[in-house]
Ligand binder design. Structure first.
Ligand SMILES: Cc1ncc(COP(=O)(O)O)c(C=O)c1O
Length: 427
């Protein structure tokens, strides 16, 4: 019964992704590189093409294509307002998460005084560390919250010890892109606000797997990148309106001085935004089609409910594949899994090392078989160093996405269990 559901769902989803037809040599490609960037449904490609073909123009003109572009951006803010659970004026578009976060740090510069404390974490991607470390030039003291090495997540005791009245900002990941763990973000934001600190959440990895709710989190800022959840390369940020309103952003004089426009320097990536909203519509469409599979409490709008349902269905499906993957990898004696204990929430991202071969060797070996996985530190450089894996080439990372199949998971486990081929090719 369970298997019936999986097969139907998988077929239905996969049909919508043209890149899944690609082959390398004689192999079908297993795209297990999702945490590095998702494959894209046909409707996203169509939306980008249609925009450039039919509505391509700059904004604020007095002619049809420009008006259509204005309408597109307006609609995009509404759709992402449902995605984040915020108001449309709190949705900001940009190049990518890293660039937007550097811009945010620049905008917060004059709110940070000599001796103010900024808390970053060992779990975070460099994109949510480097922009804040740069503020040391302003006299800020940047401190790092450590991880609990057993649980592969934030050490909450260390967080409580380091948070103080001097803390002016907390930069924290919603989920680790290297090991998948999900820290207690809501609790940490609450505590940071209780001492008057700003909070910046990196939801780039989390956004593909679970619904985001900024109203519940009450964070000041939250950043995502549409290419990690079925879209093109566009950054999308939530910025609390009254907080962004007070910041001095990098802008040209004629640019509007109110949120969200004050953060959107230069011309936006209109075709990218057209693709990004189509990615969210795709998630909502799946939510609508498979609503009987999961229970989602009533939400602020039908679209938000569909988005949350779609993401919950994806997660349900990914969980089945991930359990199979973890079970299979656990049977291979040379593999050391970097997976948190079961009581710690995590995504479908599974990382490991191999006792005989480096992460690079394993990724190349799998890549030659049409199994695409990542190796290295994925810019979670600090985490990989703290885990003592930097000299060994980091981790092998297998990301399970909704368009992957049980057969691909089996193929991966088989390839990694094939000691003969590994020895022949890698020794
Ligand atoms: C958790 C996380 N944060 C930030 C980034 C950087 O995102 P972008 O490529 O949009 O700058 C990534 C990209 O891999 C990521 O996985």
């Amino acid at each position: 019964m369970c298997e019936d559901w999986i097969a139907d769902f998988s077929d239905h989803i996969r049909k919508r992704f043209p890149s899944l037809e690609n082959r390398i040599d004689d192999h079908k490609i297993a795209y297990l590189d999702g945490p590095g960037g998702y494959q894209v449904p046909e409707r996203v490609l169509d939306a980008m093409r249609d925009y450039l073909k039919k509505s391509n123009a700059n904004r604020h003109g007095r002619f049809k294509t420009s008006e259509e572009t204005d309408a597109l951006i307006l609609e995009a803010r509404r759709i992402f307002a449902d995605f984040f659970n915020c108001s449309p004026e709190e949705v900001v578009f940009g190049a990518n998460m890293t660039t937007m976060n550097f811009m945010l740090a620049q905008a917060l510069r004059n709110k940070i005084k000599d001796g103010d404390k900024i808390l970053i974490t060992q779990l975070d991607h460099e994109g949510n560390r480097a922009p804040w470390e740069d503020l040391e030039d302003e006299g800020a003291v940047v401190e790092e919250i450590e991880i609990d090495r057993e649980e592969l997540t934030i050490d909450m005791e260390d967080f409580r010890d380091k948070l103080s009245e001097e803390t002016k900002l907390l930069a924290l990941t919603h989920a680790s892109n290297a090991v998948g763990t999900i820290p207690e973000v809501g609790k940490m934001v609450d505590k940071a606000h209780s001492v008057g600190a700003y909070t910046v959440i990196d939801a780039v990895h989390y956004a593909a797997h679970f619904p985001i709710d900024v109203e519940d989190l009450e964070t000041d800022f939250l950043l995502s990148s549409a290419y990690k959840y079925f879209g093109p390369h566009v950054g999308v940020m939530y910025a609390k309106e009254k907080v962004l309103d007070e910041l001095n952003t990098l802008k040209v004089k004629p640019q509007k001085d109110s949120p969200p426009d004050k953060f959107e320097t230069g011309t936006l990536n209109h075709e990218g935004i057209a693709g990004a909203i189509e990615a969210v519509r795709f998630i909502a469409e799946v939510g609508k089609e498979y609503s009987s599979l999961v229970d989602v409490e009533s939400e602020r709008s039908k679209r938000r409910k569909d988005i949350a349902t779609g993401l919950n269905i994806f997660e349900k499906y990914e969980r089945i594949l991930t359990d199979k993957l973890v079970e299979g990898l656990s049977q291979i004696p040379e593999i050391n899994l970097y997976r948190p204990p079961s009581h710690v929430r995590c995504t479908s991202t599974v990382s490991f090392t191999h006792e005989l071969y480096s992460a690079e060797e394993i990724a190349s070996y799998l890549g030659d078989r049409g199994i695409f996985v990542w190796d290295g530190d994925f810019y979670a450089t600090r985490l990989v160093k703290v885990l003592g894996l930097q000299e060994k080439g980091g981790l092998v990372r297998v990301g399970v996405s909704p368009y992957n199949t049980l057969e691909e998971i089996e193929r991966t486990i088989e390839a990694l269990s094939d000691h003969g081929s590994m020895k022949e090719e890698l020794d």
